[in-house]
Design a protein around this ligand. Structure first.
Ligand SMILES: C[S@@+](CC[C@H](N)C(=O)[O-])C[C@H]1O[C@@H](n2cnc3c(N)ncnc32)[C@H](O)[C@@H]1O
Length: 261
């Protein structure tokens, strides 16, 4: 597998956090998709761990049904999550290295969070962390921006929108090595014609789907893969969703299940 260097500026969402939910809009379709995967493949699930939970927008839609835990490295995103989902356990950690003392029925990593990990070794580490935190038969649910979609975005005109008197401008360009650089500029209205600029630079790595499947094959069983628009899954699809089941590995996981009341 190809390897890439960590760019100097890692994503931190410090300025973006306060606007994130407003810009991303209604997340109900994605919450329903996750619910349907869990209901189909692990109907008795009680606990969900999200890698890269951000503002908790997805956990908020699951907390009524499951005991939810979120991990993220951005303190600003976690502080929004703490307000949005007071019932969630939240932990600041890097998902390539996180080690919780429990295992869960579901581990999910959604909305390009995996693409934010900018080395292939980092993806492999996240896959291993998912395996370590899952019960035997537990589900690993994640999505990815494909290599094709990221490449297409390089040629897409900037996204420009206005919300609550603020302006958001988003572009995707080729970054260093094979990375894509998402630049988000938010011109936040202060007073009269005065705006404050919040500038976020987020790098994403695309990994060919075949490499993802190969990396997971030994420890996980592929249950479902589908593209956002339902067309056949390929490296040219837009977002692709994967549902994997953890295979039991003898003696590998001695963590107790998360106690759920
Ligand atoms: C696009 S947001 C998705 C948030 C959430 N999953 C959602 O669906 O709204 C990506 C999140 O992943 C977090 N993140 C990126 N890389 C991470 C890493 N290595 N460890 C922990 N969190 C990470 C970012 O801080 C950010 O909150």
């Amino acid at each position: 597998m190809a390897r890439t260097q960590q760019p100097e500026s890692a994503p931190d969402y410090a300025g973006f956090a306060r606007f994130y939910d407003r810009i991303m809009g209604d997340r109900t379709p994605e919450i329903n998709r996750i619910r349907s995967y869990i209901t189909s493949h692990r109907p008795g699930a009680r606990s969900v761990l999200e890698f890269g939970c951000g503002t908790g927008a997805l956990l908020a839609g699951l907390v009524e049904s499951y005991s939810v835990t979120g991990v993220d490295r951005s303190p600003e995103m976690l502080s929004v999550a703490a307000r949005t989902v007071p019932g969630a356990r939240l932990l600041q950690a890097d998902i390539t290295a996180v080690a919780l003392p429990y295992r869960f029925d579901v581990v999910m990593c959604m909305f390009d969070t995996l693409n934010h990990v900018v080395t292939v070794d980092g993806w492999l580490a996240v896959f291993q962390r998912a395996h370590e935190h899952l019960s035997d038969g537990g589900l690993f649910i994640f999505d990815v921006n494909t290599t094709g979609r990221l490449r297409r975005l390089w040629d897409t005109p900037p996204y420009l929108d206005e919300f609550d008197g603020n302006v958001v401008l988003m572009t995707v360009q080729p970054g260093r090595d094979t990375l894509s650089l998402w630049e988000t500029k938010i011109f936040a209205h202060q007073v009269d014609d005065v705006y404050r600029l919040y500038h976020e630079r987020i790098y994403e790595l695309g990994v060919p789907l075949g490499q993802i499947r190969t990396a997971l094959a030994g420890r996980f069983e592929l249950l479902e893969q589908e593209s956002l628009d339902g067309s056949p899954v390929s490296d040219e699809s837009d977002r692709v969703f994967f549902v994997y089941r953890r295979r039991p590995v003898s003696g590998a996981n001695r963590r107790p299940a998360l106690p759920v009341s």
